[in-house]
Design a protein around this ligand. Sequence first.
Ligand code: LLP
Length: 431
Amino acid sequence: MIRFPLENVAGELYVDGVSSLRLAEEFDTPLYVMSEEKIRMQYRRLKDALSNHVDRARVLYSAKANSNLAILRILHEEGAWLDVVSPGEVHLALRAGYRPDNILYTGTSVRDDELGYLLKEEVMINIDSTSQLRRLLRLGIPKLLSVRVNPMIGAGHHEHVVTAGEASKFGVWEGEALEAYKEAREGGVERFGIHMHIGSGIMSVEPYILASERLLKVAKEVHESLGVEFEFIDLGGGLGIPYRPDEDELNLEEFIKRLMSFIRERIKIHHLGEPEIWMEPGRFLVAEAGVLLTRVNTIKSTPTKSYAGVDAGFNTIMRPTLYGAYHHIIAAGKLDDPPVKEYDVVGPICESGDILAQGRRLPELAEGDIIAILCAGAYGHSMSSQYNSRPRPAEVLVKRGEYELIRRREGMEDLFRGQVIPERLRNPNRC
Ligand code: LLP
């Protein structure tokens, strides 16, 4: 698992040329460390792979994976557009300098005032239901609209992240899609795309092929019945990354080659013209760029187990608790030490589910050691919370031996922000 941006320098973990122990010392822990170069590399790998097989390809970054403004800026510089899911993400996207017509809003259970905001900001809108479409058209006409179709094939690393199929709350059913485009056309929409997102953490191309076959059948029907020319076909995000040391990386070239040749062929037989082909990954672009550093504060043994108690918990990184997700863990200052002991690595949250890793063979740990939780760049900080009244951690960006703070650590005052004590309950001495 020690590959770029990670490096073993005399037994110590470096992230793109920066000592992890030094970062932990200077910024304290828990600390998210992001590698700029790795993000750029992943973006270019995907963009190049797509461009090798289709004339017009576009990569949108799914901002929910990590919506730090500096990360959004890096991907903007690379030429990415954005997939966003809330007015807050639209706001961040605009703040980061993305043009409204480079932002695609894919929401679910969307309120009318959100729709109004999207129209005002003139972002592209991807609808999730006919209800949403009708409410939208009552408020105004979006410059470009697409329909998120549920192609009835879903996939993903956990049932919570499968976003298509019979049991999914997302998207418009195949049978309803034609009607949705018809209503949009009649309502005055002039520019269209079509979209699917089948799930997250997917390591094989088959579900994409099966799902896009159904998606493109819908596109064909809409094109034939209504004469709609699709400007883009968005195949969603979901590309998986290897979290475990024994897991193979997705063969990106092969994956994209197979998917794109299938798409090209279907576009041709269905006479769909020359739409751009879009993909909108989050995890693939940022997960491996991120490391979470946390410090061991407690070593505790029971007759059955050894625990390493650290200062990151499911308030800091929720994936292990929420999905039973595996994140590889290494002792950042003991990379050359033999793994001699099994530990449960546990956090400070007052719940039994606050376990970051179970039964991991690690070097003998001591209180004060720094532990690195790998592949934490996606859905790490963005899913963190203040549960148990713990301020959220800082984020640092590293690049070729240099480092910069990109999010300050929250302080105690951040825990009170927005709270109001009614006059009658005020403590005259303290607040
Ligand atoms: N597009 C749409 C419409 C989405 O809903 C998502 C993610 C993406 C793109 C990006 O998916 P990605 O390429 O990152 O897999 N918290 C979970 C993942 C939830 C994904 C939600 N939607 C996790 O930590 O595994």
